[in-house]
Design a protein around this ligand. Structure first.
Ligand SMILES: Nc1ncnc2c1ncn2[C@@H]1O[C@H](COP(=O)(O)OP(=O)(O)OP(=O)(O)O)[C@@H](O)[C@H]1O
Ligand SMILES: [Mg+2]
Length: 236
C-alpha cells in the first residue's frame, strides 16, 4: 500500500490554477522523485501536500488518512517533513537551534537527543559548526542543516525541494549518498529535482510534471532509457 497517494490534485494561488491533474503515489521505504521544467508546479505540489497551499480538487492521502487541506502543523505532526526550496534557515539562530526547530512538535527529549546525534553523524560538519550562526554556513552545509532539521521532526516521509540547486556536483553526490543511507535506515523520501540525472541516480521511482499535469511515471531505470525523457530533460 502507498504511504502517500495524491489523486487528480488541483491547486493554485487565488484565481491562478497551477496544478490541473496531478497524481503520484509513493510507497513506504522508497525514494521517489518529481521532475519537470521551471514553473511546472513541483514546488506548488509539495506546498499543497504540506498544507501551505489549499487544494481545489482531488485528494491527498497519507498513511491512510485524508490530509488534503489540513494545516501545516497537522501534516507535520502526521509525519511529513518538507525541506523547502532555498533551504530557509533562520538567520541569527545557531546551526544547532535551527536543527532543533525541526523537533518543535515533539516532547520525547531522549529521542530528540538521539536524532540530533544521528544527524551530526551523517553530516559531521554540522557538529563542528553547531554553535555558529546558520547564515554563516556554505550553501551545501545549509542544505545539510535543512535536511537535518527535517529529520529532527522524525518524519515518515521527507520531502526535499531542489536538493542540488546551486551546489557543486561532488557535494550533490555526497548528499545523494547521505540520503540513500538515511533511506536505508527506514525513511521514505520524495525528491523534487531539476537535474534529472541526479534525481535518477538517487531515486528508484519518478513522476514527470508538465504544466501542472503528471504526464509520465515509472521506475527511474525505465524512464532513464526513454528517448523523450533523454531528449527533453537530460540533453542527450
Ligand atoms: N505565490 C504565488 N502566487 C502566484 N503564482 C505563483 C506563486 N508561486 C508560484 N506561482 C506560479 O505557479 C507556477 C508554478 O510554480 P512552482 O514554483 O510550483 O514551479 P516549479 O515547478 O517548482 O518551478 P521551479 O523548477 O522553477 O522551482 C508558476 O507559473 C509560478 O509563477
Ligand atoms: Mg520549485
Amino acid at each position: 500500500m502507498s504511504l502517500l497517494e495524491v489523486k487528480n490534485l488541483e491547486a493554485g494561488y487565488g484565481d491562478v490554477q497551477v496544478l490541473w491533474d496531478v497524481s503520484i503515489s509513493v510507497k513506504r521505504g522508497e525514494i521517489a522523485c518529481i521532475v519537470g521544467s521551471n514553473g511546472a508546479g513541483k514546488t506548488t505540489l509539495l506546498r499543497t501536500i504540506s498544507g501551505l497551499v489549499q487544494p481545489k480538487g482531488g485528494s491527498i492521502s497519507f498513511d491512510g488518512e485524508d490530509i488534503g487541506g489540513k494545516t501545516p502543523d497537522h501534516v507535520l505532526g502526521r509525519g511529513i517533513a518538507h525541506v523547502p526550496e532555498g533551504r530557509r534557515l533562520f538567520k541569527g539562530l545557531s546551526v544547532r537551534d535551527n536543527l532543533m526547530l525541526g523537533a518543535y512538535l515533539r516532547s520525547d527529549q531522549d529521542g530528540i537527543a538521539k536524532d540530533l546525534e544521528h544527524v551530526m553523524d551523517v553530516f559531521p560538519i554540522l557538529r563542528e559548526r553547531q554553535h555558529q550562526d546558520a547564515s554563516t554556513l556554505s550553501g551545501g552545509e545549509q542544505q545539510m542543516c535543512a535536511i537535518g532539521r527535517g529529520i529532527l521532526s522524525r518524519p515518515a516521509l521527507l520531502m526535499i525541494d531542489e536538493l542540488s540547486l546551486g551546489l557543486a556536483p561532488r557535494l550533490v553526490d555526497r548528499l545523494g549518498e547521505a540520503l540513500i543511507e538515511i533511506n536505508k535506515a527506514g525513511l521514505t523520501i520524495l525528491l523534487v529535482e531539476q537535474d534529472v540525472m541526479t534525481a535518477f541516480e538517487i531515486a528508484t521511482e519518478a513522476f514527470v510534471i508538465e504544466t501542472g499535469r503528471t504526464t509520465m511515471s515509472g521506475t527511474t531505470a525505465d524512464l532513464g532509457d526513454d528517448p523523450k525523457i533523454r531528449e527533453a530533460y537530460m540533453g542527450l
